[in-house]
Design a protein around this ligand. Structure first.
Ligand SMILES: Cc1cc2nc3c(=O)[nH]c(=O)nc-3n(C[C@H](O)[C@H](O)[C@H](O)COP(=O)(O)O)c2cc1C
Length: 456
């Protein structure tokens, strides 16, 4: 077989002790204290052993729903290390893998976020990435001075401006602005440091940032919302989009749409990487894989499944029976893409609420499959070749075994087929993803900003 001219991107999306809510109880899983840094260090090193591109830590700044705390007490959702802090620590125990964390544009300020990811990029030698999310839940709003979440479209309008300000802050110091000329007492060249004086609808930010330009120029920008405004934000600003697609058809439709949107913004579509999430169970035989899947699902209480479904749909189903079909559901102010995918799945497959809840509690709207290493490799190859994905983000069901099985049994097959690299090619995450370092906006456009007056 001839080598394909493109290779897969592989990320791993790490939830505390596994993405599956039964994962922490699975007999093959280590008993994980999700506050224990050594657990994450081991995971990141395993992913790096597999030459994976990205270790991804998602985030939300609130507990799912305090009214559902009985049901959620069956999960390990509570108790989570703040992800940018975790990435900074992981940078010191890894050398190659990209380190991506979620940070919300709704409940943060651009200066603080620009500074934090610039710091991780420096600490890691150019391996940082920021997953831009707009925060879907009221439970986050209530921790930041609001009763309800900001409206969906308003969140995205703020996110658009937020990302622009962050990128300009990263550019506020040109590459090489720090000259450390002892003889002339010039630590930096003031002509190469720029003030933004940004005044927009949402933010007023003078700049410059108080840290030099990140080694990658800009840490990688990832986006994970799939609504219209979410897709546009990604198409204009992101290097990578994480998505949930539960069939090859859905993945292809999404992929084609994202590449078109990127082109509409005047970008090279190949530079916006479309990465669906997958949850996989790998075993020596198909029967064993199916059995392991069923064992995991048995560990999830029904009340948790029903609560999770309601959370993802943004709707109260307490008056329905698990044997009912889904009623009509209004568009949520939370995550709209995932909500619409779940509703479609219920209608297409004529599922009861109980059946749907058992699907959704496992993988939300993402693709979930069990099989032998060859079957899993076939599946990934098919999605990749058929135009459904530039690569995949594996959410291991349980840890560390779920990741180890993939790294030790599936990746070697992908490598043998020429679909995945056998070593890191570059030093930075951008280089390893085949993405260029962005030009500095202040160098490209000298009318932008001005020399800082803050020291005057
Ligand atoms: C793979 C994947 C990862 C995601 N990670 C996060 C996360 O870490 N934090 C978060 O608040 N939302 C996360 N989201 C959800 C979306 O970013 C979220 O629903 C967004 O707020 C709005 O989505 P929408 O554009 O579909 O309405 C993730 C979604 C996907 C598909």
């Amino acid at each position: 077989m001839s080598l394909p001219d493109r290779r897969m991107i592989l990320a791993t999306f790490i939830h505390n002790s596994g993405a599956h809510p039964g994962g922490w109880r699975y007999p093959g899983a280590a008993s994980v204290d999700q506050h224990d840094f050594q657990h994450y260090a081991r995971i990141a090193q395993t992913a790096e052993r597999g030459k994976m591109h990205v270790y991804f830590s998602g985030d939300s700044q609130g507990y799912p729903h305090i009214s559902g705390k009985d049901a959620f007490s069956a999960t390990d959702y509570a108790g989570k290390l703040e992800p940018t802090t975790l990435l900074a620590a992981l940078a010191t125990v890894t050398r190659h893998i990209g380190l991506v964390a979620t940070a919300s544009t709704t409940y943060n300020e651009p200066y603080a976020i620009a500074r934090r990811f610039a710091s991780i990029d420096h600490i890691s030698g150019g391996r940082a990435g920021w997953n831009v999310v707009t925060s879907a839940s009221d439970s986050e709003a209530r921790n930041f001075g609001r009763d309800l979440n900001m409206d969906h479209d308003a969140r995205y309008a703020r996110a658009e401006e937020f990302v622009d300000v962050v990128r300009n802050l990263w550019d506020s110091w040109e590459d090489g602005a720090v000259i450390r000329d002892q003889a002339s007492a010039r630590y930096f060249d003031p002509a190469r440091v720029h003030q933004l004086d940004h005044q927009g609808q949402h933010f007023k930010v003078a700049g410059p940032l108080n840290i030099g330009r990140p080694p990658q120029g800009h840490p990688i920008i990832v986006q994970a919302g799939g609504s219209g405004p979410g897709r546009d934000l990604a198409a204009r600003t992101a290097d990578m989009i994480f998505t949930a697609a539960n069939s090859l058809d859905a993945a292809k439709t999404f992929y084609t749409d994202m590449k078109q949107r990127a082109a509409d913004f005047g970008r090279d579509p190949a530079k916006l990487l479309v990465i669906p999430s997958v949850q996989l169970m790998v075993r020596a035989t198909e029967a064993e894989a199916k059995r392991a899947d069923a064992e995991l699902l048995d560990l999830v209480p029904e009340a948790l499944a029903l609560r999770t479904l309601q959370l993802q749909l943004g709707t109260d189903l307490s008056t329905c029976s698990p044997n009912d079909r889904l009623p009509d559901i209004a568009l949520t102010n939370g995550g709209q893409w995932v909500q619409q995918q779940i509703i479609k799945m219920a209608r297409d497959e004529d599922l009861t609420i109980g059946q749907l809840a058992r699907r959704v509690v496992v993988s939300r709207a993402s693709f979930s499959r069990s099989g032998t290493p060859e079957q899993i490799a076939d599946l990934l190859e098919n999605w990749f070749r058929e135009g459904g994905a530039d690569g995949f983000s594996l959410s291991p069901n349980y840890l560390p075994g779920g990741l180890e099985d993939f790294v030790d049994q599936v990746i070697p097959i992908l490598q043998k087929r020429g679909l995945f690299r056998t070593d890191y090619e570059g030093a930075t995450l951008r280089e390893n993803l085949g993405l260029e370092k962005p030009a500095n906006a202040f160098v490209a456009d000298p009318t932008l900003g001005r020399e800082p007056t803050i020291w005057a």
